[in-house]
Design a protein. Structure first.
Length: 464
C-alpha cells in the first residue's frame, strides 16, 4: 500500500516505511505523522501541525486529552503505590467499583475489572459458562452473537465475531458458535412501523435458539447499536425488549458489549439506558479511562452474582493487572471529570449540532447514510448509492480517505482498510465520527467543514 493509483494533486501523508527506530516494531504500519502532544480535542505532530481527534482514537477518548486532573490523580496514586499485590486490598479498585455501581442500572451491583475490551469479553464468556455450571445447567456453553460483529481479537472473542475477515486466517477458531442477523433497516418493508420491525428482527434469536438447542446456549452478546455494515444503526426499543424477553425465557444471559458506547458517548452514561433494558452482564472499556491507561470492567447482575455470593464457586479467572491501581485511578478520574464537567449531558446537548450536518453530508454521492446518537456518528461510504457497495480494494479508498483527512487536519480511525477488509463486506464502509465529549459547538462546525472538504476531495479523486 505504498503508492496511490493516480498521482496525488496534493501531498498526502504516507504509510511509514519499517525503517530506523520503527524497524523493531512488529507488524507496524501507521501513517508517517508522529505525535508530539495531545490537548483537549487536538493532536499535535512533530512538524507543528494540528489535527482534530475526530474519532477520539478508536472511539475511546471521552474526556479531553491531557487533562490536568487526570495527571494529578495518577501522580497521587503513584505516590501511594503503583501496583497492589493480589492478596492485599486495593482501595482504588474498591472506589472505582463503587462509583461504577452507583452509575449502573439497578440490578448490576458488582464489578470485575480487567485491562481491555477483548479481555473483558473473554471474561464474560467464562463467567456466563461458570454461572450455568453452578446453577445446574452445565450443558450451556455456546454464545450467540451477530454476523459481522466485532468483540475483540483473542481466539474466543473471534469465535463471536461474525466477520470472516477477522477469523479466516485463524480457523478453526475456538468454536463455531451460532450467529444471527443483526438489526438492520436495509430490508425493512416500506411503510412498516420501526417498532414492529424491531420486534420481528429480534425474533430471529428465537429461531436461532430453536435450531441450536437453547439447552446448550449460555448467552447472547451484542453491541447496543449493531456492527459491521449497519454499525451505528440504533434499533427501536422493541428490539432490545424482545431480545431481553427471549433470553429470559430460555435462561440465556444477555451480555451488552458497551466497550464503545459507555460513558456518555451516546448522550447517556450507558447506551442500554435508552432502551430501558438491563443486561445480565454489561461490558465496558475504552472510555472508562478515556484510554489514559488500559482498563475495562464487567458489571455483573445480582442474578449472576448469586451463586458466587452463596459460595457455590469462586470465579476461576484472574490477571496480573486486574484492578491495577494506576488504571483504577485513571478510571476514577475519568468518572469524576465526566461528572464535574457535565460531559454526558453535554454530549446529549451537542448531538443535534453534529447531526444538523446530516443533509449536507447525505448530498455527497458517496454518503449512503449518516446515523448514530449522542456524539457518535457513522457515515456509510459507498462507491455508488444505487448498488450500495464500497470501492474495490485496488482503489485504496480507505487509505486515501484517511490520508486526505489528515491533510485537512482530521485524525480519523481507519477501521477496515487494507488486508482487514472482507470481500463479504458488500455494503458501504462505516467511518466513525466520535470526538472527545468536551468538544464545543464551534469545534463541531470546524470538524464538519473539514469532513465535507475531505469527502469532496475524495470523490474528485475516486469518481473524477
Ligand atoms: C464492541 C467492541 N468490543 C470489544 C472490543 C475489543 O476491545 P479492545 O480493542 O480494547 O481489546 C472492541 C474494540 O474496538 C469493540 O469495538
Amino acid at each position: 500500500m505504498s503508492t496511490l493509483s493516480s498521482p496525488p494533486a496534493i501531498k498526502l501523508a504516507g504509510l511509514l516505511p519499517p525503517e530506523g527506530s520503527w524497524r523493531s516494531c512488529f507488524s507496524y504500519h501507521p501513517f508517517d505523522i508522529e505525535l508530539a502532544k495531545a490537548e483537549g480535542i487536538y493532536l499535535h505532530d512533530t512538524q507543528g501541525r494540528r489535527y482534530i481527534d475526530a474519532s477520539g482514537g478508536p472511539m475511546a477518548i471521552n474526556i479531553g486529552h491531557g487533562d490536568a486532573r487526570m495527571k494529578a490523580a495518577l501522580n497521587a496514586q503513584f505516590d501511594r503505590y503503583a501496583y497492589a499485590h493480589p492478596s492485599l486490598a486495593n482501595r482504588a479498585r474498591a472506589e472505582l467499583s463503587e462509583a461504577l455501581v452507583s452509575l449502573a442500572p439497578a440490578s448490576l451491583n458488582s464489578v470485575y475489572l480487567c485491562s481491555g475490551g477483548s479481555e473483558v469479553v473473554e471474561s464474560a464468556i467464562k463467567l456466563a459458562r461458570q454461572y450455568h455450571a453452578l446453577t445446574g445447567s452445565p450443558g450451556k456453553f455456546k454464545v450467540v452473537s451477530c454476523y459481522e460483529s466485532y468483540h475483540g481479537m483473542t481466539l474466543a472473542t473471534m469465535s463471536l465475531a461474525g466477520n470472516p475477515a477477522y477469523r479466516k486466517t485463524f480457523e478453526p477458531v475456538m468454536s463455531n458458535w451460532p450467529h444471527m442477523a443483526q438489526y438492520s433497516e436495509i430490508h425493512m418493508p416500506e411503510g412498516m412501523d420501526r417498532e414492529a420491525w424491531g420486534l420481528q428482527c429480534a425474533q430471529e434469536l428465537e429461531r436461532v435458539l430453536y435450531f441450536c438447542n437453547p439447552a446448550t446456549v449460555a448467552a447472547f452478546i451484542a453491541t447496543p447499536h449493531g456492527s459491521g455494515a449497519d454499525y451505528g444503526l440504533v434499533p427501536p426499543g422493541s428490539y432490545w425488549r424482545e431480545i431481553r424477553r427471549i433470553c429470559e425465557q430460555h435462561n440465556v444471559l444477555l451480555i451488552a458489549d458497551e466497550v464503545v458506547t459507555g460513558f456518555g458517548r451516546t448522550g447517556k452514561w450507558f447506551a442500554m439506558e435508552h432502551f430501558q433494558v438491563e443486561p445480565d452482564l454489561l461490558l465496558l472499556a475504552k472510555g472508562i479511562s478515556s484510554a489514559n491507561l488500559p482498563l475495562a470492567a464487567m458489571l455483573v447482575s445480582d442474578k449472576v452474582n448469586q451463586p458466587f455470593l452463596e459460595d457455590r464457586g469462586y470465579f476461576l479467572h484472574g490477571y496480573t493487572h486486574q484492578g491495577h491501581p494506576m488504571a483504577c485511578a485513571a478510571g476514577l478520574a475519568t468518572l469524576n471529570i465526566l461528572r464535574e464537567d457535565g460531559l454526558v449531558e453535554h454530549a446529549a446537548a451537542m448531538s443535534p449540532r453534529l447531526f444538523a450536518a446530516r443533509d449536507k453530508l447525505m448530498a455527497h454521492p458517496t454518503v449512503a447514510d449518516v446515523r448514530g446518537w449522542g456524539l457518535f456518528m457513522a457515515l456509510e461510504l459507498v462507491e455508488s448509492k444505487d448498488r450500495r457497495e464500497y470501492f474495490g480494494m485496488e482503489k485504496q479508498a480507505e487509505y486515501l480517505f484517511q490520508a486526505l483527512a489528515f491533510e485537512n487536519g482530521l485524525a480519523l480511525y481507519g477501521t477496515l482498510y487494507g488486508p482487514r477488509r472482507s470481500p463479504a463486506v458488500r455494503r458501504g464502509l462505516p467511518i466513525m465520527i466520535s470526538p472527545p465529549l468536551c468538544i464545543q459547538p464551534a469545534q463541531i462546525d470546524d470538524l464538519l467543514q473539514r469532513l465535507d472538504t475531505t469527502l469532496s476531495q475524495w470523490e474528485e479523486r475516486l469518481l473524477g
